[in-house]
Design a protein. Sequence first.
Length: 268
Amino acid sequence: MTYRCFVRPDARGWNTGHWFKWLQGQRVAPSVTADEIGTCSLCRAPTPVGRQGTPYDQCLNCRKYRQVLDGFVPMCYSVHDGLESLLGRVKNDDHYRWLRYPLASLLWAFTRDHLPCIEGNFGGTFDLRVTVPSHRDTRAGVDHLNEIIRCVPDMTPLWEKDILQKQRPDKATTRRREIVPGLFSADPSVRGKRILLLDDTFTSGGTMASAAYALKRSGAIRVIGLAFGRQLNKTWEEHKDLISQLPDRELSLASCAVHQKDDWEFHF
C-alpha cells in the first residue's frame, strides 16, 4: 500500500498551536460535524439508502456494537490519501515519527475544546481515559497511541496505561466486523467507571468494539469511543458523495460530531 508523502517542516520552537495549523494546511483531516446528513448515528459514516428512499439511521455493524459501545466521536474523516496516509506513516515508518506531533496537538486541542460537550452528550464526566493498545509483539513493542500522547507532556498524566491489554496480534480477528471476546483483557479497576476509549481510526469498528467489550465485561458502566479518524471507502457507493465534499472541508475546532459551537474562536 502506497501512502502519501509528507515534508517535515522546520519546527524549531513550535508548540501545539503551530503543529495544529500545519495539520490544517495539509488538508488531510476534514472535521466531522454534528449536522452530517445520511450518516450512522453511532460511527458517522454514510449509510445505504433503504427501500423508502432514505438512508438508514445506523450501520448494520453498529447495531451490534451498541451492545458495548455507548457512543462514538470521530474527530475527522479519513481517506487513503488523507488521514489514513498520515496514520499509516506514523505507525509503520520510523522516518515519519515526527508526525506524532501534529496528531498529539489535534488530540490535545480537540479534548480541550470538546470534552465538556462529549461528556454532556453521553451522560457525565469520564472517570478514566484509556487507549486501545497494540499487541506487545507488534512494532517492536512500541504502542503508537501512547507515543503520540507523550508528545504533549501536560496530556500524558490524563491517559491511563495498562488498563487494557491486547491478547492476540492477529489482525484477521477484527476484519469480520465482529465483537471478538478475548481479543482484549481489562483491569478490574474499571468497575463502575465511565471511560473514554481512544483509538487511531474506526474502519470496520471491530477493534474498538472488542476493546469496549472487555471494559464492559470488567464492569465499566459506560464506554464512549474517540478516534482521530472515521475511515471512508471510495469504492463504497454510499461513501462517494461525502468523500467528494471533503477536499473543500477544513480541519476546524468550531464543531465536533455531537455539538456545533456558535461562539467559537480559534485560540491556543
